[in-house]
Design a protein around this ligand. Structure first.
Ligand SMILES: C[S@@+](CC[C@H](N)C(=O)[O-])C[C@H]1O[C@@H](n2cnc3c(N)ncnc32)[C@H](O)[C@@H]1O
Length: 397
């Protein structure tokens, strides 16, 4: 097996030629090009920490492009990789579309409605997302799993491993999200409790690390909304108790009563108006107008929610607001960390479709139980992947 010295030295995630080829093959498969293209010898470009994998027209020696892979994260760098439509044109010997033709096409193009129906997937979203068509989702709303550094609960070996997993999922979300549409994430700093009295507790600013990942993965920052809870809410964290007791300067610690709702838009050169004007269902656009009262500032006062079977649910009201402000009726809303499925319920109450992905059996069971309550008999049309459809005998006609 060919391994690269420089890759090992630099502690890249991708160290083998065969790994670089496998990643490239996976990428080609998402565009059904794997049978038309073979690979030249992958090389490392360690100035930019990337692998470059030459793409060759099958059965010839003609080089038609390359796949560029981030050597640290093992993700395909989409902006630097030869675009699939360019590869197709080169394979067919057609002239490539010029920039002006492209722009012209974009004006007349009709964005098709996504044909994805209500779907519940039991599985790891990093992999499940690969089975979804590109640009088949109109909004993503989620809150990521909690990073917990306590060894007894540890799901991730380190914070870096956690961030890498989040990056892979955000990367895969980017492909399935339609051009210019929104990815909204509810996320907050995490408190790592001290192990003993001589140690300080530690706070990790997860939202700021997430922000960097979003930007690097091709999203534009739009808004930081602050979900504000009633002031009693944060005291359970224990923060601020010490200062409340002895009032010593430097001991001051603010009691957290907010969470971030970060809003990103999949990068495009087009204005938001373009998304509205080109929406395939103009009646849905008209019917989705928010005519009643709406939240004009970035402070959203909403009571937190609790669930007896899940430790970290967000309130239905929060999900409904996000769904109403960032999608149109009948759009597809994805939650890659679905938990109890609050996003799915909000999508249903707001006449949108949902795709829920969750990797814990016990939470999938909650979703299976809930869906008939949201949709009644229409549950029959929901696609359940990796899990059984719910028993419909108890659903009233
Ligand atoms: C913060 S909770 C989301 C709760 C949800 N917003 C609700 O209201 O019920 C995050 C969820 O992501 C799930 N999860 C973690 N890693 C995952 C992965 N790789 N793929 C799919 N789900 C995952 C966890 O099991 C957990 O239920």
């Amino acid at each position: 097996m060919r391994t690269s010295k420089v890759a090992t030295l630099r502690k890249y995630a991708v160290t083998l030629v065969v790994e670089a080829k496998n990643i490239s093959e996976g990428w080609l498969k998402t565009f059904n090009l794997e049978n038309a293209v073979s690979f030249g010898l992958p090389e490392i470009d360690d100035r930019y920490h990337v692998w470059r994998v030459p793409l060759i027209k099958m059965g010839t020696k003609e080089r038609i492009g390359e796949v560029v892979i981030d050597a640290y994260t093992s993700l395909v760098v989409v902006d630097e990789t030869t675009a699939p439509d360019v590869l197709e044109a080169r394979l067919l010997g057609r002239n490539e579309v010029t920039e002006s033709q492209k722009r012209e096409k974009e004006h007349v193009i009709d964005m098709p409605s996504s044909f994805v129906r209500n779907t519940v997937v039991f599985g790891d979203s990093e992999h499940a997302l690969l089975d979804m068509p590109s640009q088949s989702v109109d909004l993503i709303f989620t809150s990521p799993p909690y990073y917990n550094a306590r060894p007894e609960y540890e799901d991730y070996l380190s914070y870096e491993t956690y961030l890498l997993k989040m990056r892979r999922i955000i990367h895969n979300c980017h492909r399935v999200l339609s051009e210019g549409r929104f990815f909204v994430m509810n996320v907050s700093p995490v408190l790592i409790r001290r192990a003993n009295r001589n140690e300080a507790s530690k706070r990790i600013a997860v939202p700021f690390d997430m922000h960097r990942i979003f930007v690097e993965e091709g999203f534009d920052f739009i808004d930081d909304i602050h979900w504000v809870k009633p002031s009693g809410a944060g005291w359970a964290t224990g923060r601020g108790r010490r200062f409340a007791a002895d009032r010593q300067p430097l001991q001051y610690k603010a009691v957290p009563v907010t969470e971030y709702v970060l809003v990103y838009r999949k990068h495009t050169d087009k204005l938001i108006d373009w998304n509205i004007r080109n929406h395939p269902d103009q009646q849905a656009v008209e019917e989705s107008k928010i005519v009643d009262g709406y939240e004009a500032t970035n402070l959203w006062k909403i009571h937190p929610a609790f669930h007896s079977e899940h430790p970290a649910v967000f309130p239905l009201e929060l999900a409904e607001r996000v769904v109403r402000y960032y999608s149109f009726k009948n759009d597809v809303v994805l939650d890659p960390f679905a938990g109890t499925g609050t996003t799915g319920r909000a999508a249903s109450t707001q006449s949108r479709r949902f795709v829920l992905i969750e990797n814990e059996q016990k939470y999938i069971e909650i979703i299976r139980r809930e869906v008939p309550r949201w949709l009644g008999l229409a549950t029959r049309d929901v696609m359940f992947i990796g899990c059984q459809s719910p028993d419909m005998s108890s659903v009233l006609v």
